[in-house]
Design a protein around this ligand. Sequence first.
Ligand SMILES: Nc1ncnc2c1ncn2[C@@H]1O[C@H](COP(=O)(O)OP(=O)(O)O)[C@@H](O)[C@H]1O
Ligand SMILES: N[C@@H](CCC(=O)OP(=O)(O)O)C(=O)O
Length: 374
Amino acid sequence: MGGAHASTPLSTRAAVSGARRVVVKVGSSALTSLAGGLDPVRLDALVDAVAARVAAGADVVVVSSGAIAAGLAPLGLTRRPRDLASQQAAASVGQLVLAQAWSASFARHGRTVGQVLLTAEDLSRRSNHRNAQRTLERLRVLGVVAVVNENDTVATAEIRFGDNDRLAALVAHLVGADALVLLSDVAGLHDGDPRLGGATLVREVGGDGDLLGVSAGTGGALGTGGMASKLSAARLAADAGVPVLLASAAEAGAALGAAEVGTAFAARGARLSARKFWVRHTADAAGALHLDAGAVAAVVTGRRSLLAAGVTGTEGEFHAGDVVDLLAPDGALAARGVVAFDAAELHTMVGRSSADLPVELRRPVVHADDLVAG
Ligand SMILES: Nc1ncnc2c1ncn2[C@@H]1O[C@H](COP(=O)(O)OP(=O)(O)O)[C@@H](O)[C@H]1O
Ligand SMILES: N[C@@H](CCC(=O)OP(=O)(O)O)C(=O)O
C-alpha cells in the first residue's frame, strides 16, 4: 500500500478520528463467549462508544458478526457447528437475539436501530446493490443506526462473502464511508499470532513494506477469518482510498475517539467512486474480452474508452450492462468494465475500426467512465 500518494501515519489516525461517515465492524469474538453467548456488558460498552461518536456528529454504520455465536447457547450447542445447515440454523436463532440486543442497547441512548441483512449476490447485482445503497442512505437521513450482517440463512457456501471483514470493506464503499474501523479481540495487527506469545503490535501500515515479516493467522473458536481476513479487508478498503483502523473492541472508546490505539492502515490515493469500486471488486464478471497490447495501453495508461478495434476476442454470454474482465494478450487481468454490447453483437465487431462499423455501433465497447484498471 506504499507509493507516492500514501498518507502519513499521523494523517491516517487524524482521518479516522475526524471521519464524518464511519463503518464499524464488530467481530463475534468481541461480542460473545463460548460459555455465555452474547455478552450484554461488552455490547453496552461498545454501543456507548458508537453513540458518543454519533452524538459528536458522525454517521455510523455498524457491521455486526455474532449471529452464529449468539445462536449456540439457545440451541444447547457448546461449539460452532461445522456443517453449513447447522451454522445457518444457529444464525437464524442468533440473529434475532443479536438484533434485539443492539436495539435495546442503542435505546439507552434514544437511538433507533435498523437491521440490514445482505448476501454477496445482493451486492454483486447492480439493481440490488443500488437498493441496498438507497436503504442505507434513507436510514442515515432518518437518524437510524444501521446494523448490517450477512444474510446467513440463505447464503450458500459458494457465494458467501466468506467473512464479515470483507463485507465491512464492501459496505464502507457502498455508503461512501470516510473510514473503516475493525474491532476484534486483539489490540491490532501483530507481527505474529499473539496466542503464540512474543508478538509485537504493528502500529502503522503505510505500504506493503510494513507487512514484510508479518504473519497473519487464523482466528479463535468464535471468529471466522482470523487476522488474515482482516488484513485482506483492510487492504481492500485502503487500496481504494478508505483509511482503516484495526483495534480491540475493549478499546472502542479510544478507537472511535482519538484513534490512538490499534493498527492504522493509510489510504492509498483518492477514494474510488462507489460505482467504480463495485465494477472492480464487488460485481461478478459475466464474461471476458481479450485485448491487443495497444488497447491495454489505451485503457490502463491512457485511461481511454475501449474501442472494438482493440478487442481480439470474447468469452461468455454477457449482455449489455454486464461487468466483464478485460484481459491482456498474456491472459492477465488488465481492467474490468461495464460492456455496452451483448456478446453476440460484439462478436461481429471484434477488431473493426469505428469507420468500418455501422453508424449505430460506433460507440465505445466499454466507456472510460465505466472502466477500472486491474
Ligand atoms: N498476526 C496476528 N495479529 C493479531 N491477531 C492474530 C494474528 N494472527 C492470528 N491472530 C488471531 O486472530 C484473532 C482475531 O480473528 P477472529 O477470531 O476471526 O476475530 P473476529 O471474531 O473479531 O473476526 C485474534 O484473536 C488472534 O488470536
Ligand atoms: N455472519 C456471521 C459472521 C461471520 C464472521 O465473519 O465472523 P467474524 O470473523 O467474527 O467477523 C455471523 O453473524 O455469525
